[in-house]
Design a protein around this ligand. Structure first.
Ligand SMILES: C[S@@+](CC[C@H](N)C(=O)[O-])C[C@H]1O[C@@H](n2cnc3c(N)ncnc32)[C@H](O)[C@@H]1O
Length: 203
């Protein structure tokens, strides 16, 4: 399909999508917010007075949600892209795959965190195998980071694509956390290979 036809189809799909429309009504920057909301409704992972780390945060709907709902919490959000400021959100612009950026982030937080969230994803290539591998690598580095920075009862949530590295990532999560679930929220598009891994309590 030609590129302008793809973007035309994308615009039509966005206009029809109930979550896109709802996000405009609710004042969120992205329909992605409903994925986090639905994950939390099912697994009860988010609480006030927490230290949250939001990886791959731009344009910022997850951070907006955390800042509005858990106003006694600290929120650190990182993305390659600079996003519009959100009150009470500490924004870091950097590439999470860069070890120097991760080190700086750890030093900045300087304590154990309660929740590490990752919605990191590269632009999709159209090749589902490659997309799954790339997102799998981002998920793995987020999980390594979570292992180091989370307190004992910490929670880790990450986007994961069904594909070659899926079983390996789930097995790795099970070896690090006492509880591991894989869940596709209703708001995650049916045609997308995306799911989320939800992990609780370090071993
Ligand atoms: C699906 S969007 C996240 C949407 C976000 N959760 C929200 O609610 O607005 C994925 C984001 O991951 C970011 N990303 C991808 N690779 C990254 C990396 N290596 N380091 C930091 N951010 C990254 C992208 O720039 C993009 O903004």
């Amino acid at each position: 399909m030609k590129k302008n036809k793809v973007s035309k189809n994308w615009i039509i799909r966005q206009k029809r999508d109930i979550y896109v429309r709802q996000s405009h009504v609710d004042g969120f920057r992205s329909r992605a917010v409903y994925k986090l909301q639905q994950i939390d409704q099912k697994f009860k992972i988010l609480k006030n007075n927490s230290i949250f780390i939001d990886l791959g945060a731009a344009p910022g709907s997850w951070s907006q949600y955390l800042a509005e709902k858990f106003n006694k919490s600290k929120i650190y959000s990182i993305d390659i892209k600079k996003m519009e400021d959100i009150k009470n959100v500490h924004q870091i612009v950097g590439d999470f795959t860069d070890s120097k950026v991760r080190k700086d982030l750890k030093e900045l937080i300087n304590t154990k965190a309660d929740v590490v969230l990752s919605d990191m994803a590269e632009n999709t290539t159209g090749n589902k195998n490659i997309d799954a591998i790339v997102t799998g690598e981002l998920c793995k580095s987020a999980m390594d980071f979570a292992k180091e920075i989370l307190g004992k009862n910490g929670v880790f949530v990450s986007k994961i694509f069904m594909g070659l590295s899926f079983n390996e990532i789930v097995a790795e999560a099970k070896s690090i956390f006492k509880e591991t679930h894989v869940y596709k929220p209703l708001s995650s598009r049916k045609e997308s290979k995306e799911s989320f891994i939800i992990c609780k309590i370090l071993r």
